[in-house]
Design a protein around this ligand. Sequence first.
Ligand SMILES: Nc1ncnc2c1ncn2[C@@H]1O[C@H](COP(=O)(O)OP(=O)(O)OP(=O)(O)O)[C@@H](O)[C@H]1O
Length: 258
Amino acid sequence: MGNTDPVISVRSLRVDRGGTTVLHGLDLTVPDRQIVGLLGPSGSGKTTLMRALVGVQQITGGEVEVLGRAAGDPVLRRQVGYVTQSPSVYADLSVTENLRYFATILGVGPRDVARVTDAVDLARHARRRVGTLSGGERSRVSLAAALLGDPQLLVLDEPTVGLDPVLRRDLWDLFARLRDAGTSLLVSSHVMDEATRCDRLLLLRDGRLLADDTLPGLLERTGAHDVEHAFLRLVEETPVPDGAAAARSPRHLGGEAS
Ligand SMILES: Nc1ncnc2c1ncn2[C@@H]1O[C@H](COP(=O)(O)OP(=O)(O)OP(=O)(O)O)[C@@H](O)[C@H]1O
C-alpha cells in the first residue's frame, strides 16, 4: 500500500441486522493520516459501519478494505485499534495491570505499556484501579489499550460521549497528536460541533451517506454556517428513497427486531 492510498475503502456496503437493512450500499474512503469524523444521529449506523470495518459485523453485500486487506484479516489485528462505546478494560485492575494483560494478548512488551501510558497522559495514575478513575481517565485507558500494537488506524466509537467540555477538548488534542505522529483516525460522534476538530467528515443518516467532505467544503456546498445546519440542509435536499418512507410510518414503529 502506497502512502497516498486510503486506509479504508468501502464499496456498496450493505448490512442487515435483525431482518432490517441498516446500511444501504455505502461507498466511502478514509485517507491516510487524517482525523475523519463519522457523524450522525443515534441509530444512523455509525457503530454498525465501525463493526464492519474491524471485521466483527456480518455484511450482506459489498466490499470493505482496510490497509489494503479485507476487513477482519488476522494481519490487521495489530494494525487497527478499535475502542467500543462500552468500557473494554477491567475496573478491578490498575491501569498498568490492564495494559500488561492486553500487551500479553497482543505479544508486545512492557516498553509498549509505558509508551501508551505516557501517550494518553496517565503515568501519574498508573497504579490506580480503573474503577476509581473518572470517566475521561477510563476512556483514556481503553484508548491506551487500543494503542498497544502501535496501530496505523484507530477506530473510535463515540469516545467523548459523557465527557465534560474540558475532557473532550483534551481527548481531541490527543487525537490530533496521534494524527501528527502518523496515525489515521476514524472517530464517531453525534455531537456535530466536534466536526471542527476533524480533517474530513462522513455524515450518515438512516444508513445512508449524506456527505463525504471537508468541513469548509460541506459549508460551501450547503451554504450553512455550521455542520448542524449543513446536515439539516442535506437531509432536506436528499430525496427519501422508495420504501424508506413506508418503513418510517407509525405502523412500522417499534416493530423492528433488535
Ligand atoms: N443487533 C441488532 N439487531 C437489529 N437491529 C440492530 C442491532 N444493532 C443495531 N441495530 C439497529 O441498526 C441501526 C443502526 O444502529 P447503530 O448502533 O449502528 O447506530 P449508531 O449510529 O451507532 O447509534 P448510536 O449513536 O445510538 O450508538 C439502528 O436502527 C439499530 O436499532
